[in-house]
Design a protein around this ligand. Sequence first.
Ligand code: SAH
Ligand code: SF4
Ligand code: F3S
Length: 466
Amino acid sequence: MSFVSIEEMKKQGLFIDNVRAQIEGKGLKACVFTLGCQQNEADSERMRGILKSLGYEITYKEDEADLLLVNTCAIREHAERRALSIVGRYKHYKTKNPDLIIGVCGCMTAQEHRIEHFKHSYHYVDFVFGTGTMYRLPEYVSNALNKGKRLFTIDPQAPEIAEGIPVVRESNYKAWVSIMYGCNNFCTYCIVPYVRGRERSRKMSDILEEIRGLASEGYHDITLLGQNVNSYGKDLEGSPTIADLLNEIAKIDGDFLIHLMTSHPKDASDKMIEALKNNPHCANCFHLPLQSGSDAILKKMNRHYDTERYLSIIDKLRENREDMVLTTDIIVGFPGETDEDFEKTIEIIKKVKYDSIFSFIYSRRKGTPADKMEDHISEEIKHKRYDRLCEVQNEIAHELNAKYMGKILRVLVDGKSKNNESVYTSRTEGGKIVHFESDKDYTGQFITLKISRTDTFALYGEIYKD
Ligand code: SAH
Ligand code: SF4
Ligand code: F3S
């Protein structure tokens, strides 16, 4: 694995010094708007870290920012359309404040045709870069401040890892820790390998140091991030595995839970499942994307497992802990998906009984093999299948949630509910949402609740005192 060179980081250091000197005392603010998954959330926290080191105050309010950065997602057409509409909206801020700096980055702008689009159709955007050149943000900002030419960077083929970037975390009790970047799997529908490059694992010592730091700062919830965390370490010296990493994390003191996001079934080893079982920090939940219940479709998706293998992993996870909360991702309407194929997905959903599923309507992605396949499914059929899937899952979720009635559970409090001032939202160890009323604010703390009501989407509880 190669890392961004010391010379390059020194060069960025000089840009940091320049920008700091230029904006000092001006009270300038920077805002990063994030679309997409947790990987992007984590990247945005690192970009906020860089912007803070440049001397900007970090804000989450777009309308008071002197620098706006949009971190985009390319996973489905809808995500790309949202990014275009947000950047479109920012034109009005630039008209009001001509000194405003606007940058666009992330997965969408790791595609050349998108860079061209921003270059030619969004003249008020100062710089655009992909996912592999984030460490050059000081250079982009310095250039924009000095009214240099607009900058558009195409990601290098094999982006390197830049360690040591400061992080401004949004939460003081929940944290993302990237353990690897990129993806080697090339599922035929997916854009990620094209926009995030090949798999690069961070060194185990760097990851452990970060987690030790978080544990000592009192973080309670840590998610290990990677597109396929089960293949962690293959590119590192000595080839450490995700099991080795989990076993080392088990030795770290602190009251924190570990989640994995995401595990690919093809690489889910017995050793990894064993490591989860023996780790006091590992939460009793597991997200294992299925994508489709039809072996023929899984093959066309290039997923490298069949339903038999998938179900055997689910059995092993449940052997670990009977109360394991299971979740999955499903795509409906992949090219060539017949009614029979779709019914097979429904069968597995009913068989496994997931606590929740993330279901997606297949979206054509330019440059992926599936886009060139024949037999694309009509929008009408895709939507019908999607609705049916949601209906079946809602029934299962309702039934599973009902089993929580009367239970006493430890939850981590997430904050006030959006709709009601005295109602708080929290999550169980397995990630289920529990609402409760309280006069006192326990945000960021573990508390114990007794479940007094359940429905399809959430549990409701009361503070439990014994
Ligand atoms: N690396 C993770 C998934 C990352 S993307 C994994 O392999 O599990 C998150 C989810 O988006 C995927 O699991 C898939 O269900 C969905 N997805 C990816 N590409 C898609 C597309 N073109 N159309 C619809 N859904 C898609
Ligand atoms: Fe996409 Fe497949 Fe990689 Fe997940 S494993 S990011 S679905 S290519
Ligand atoms: Fe994530 Fe979207 Fe990129 S889902 S990896 S932000 S394409």
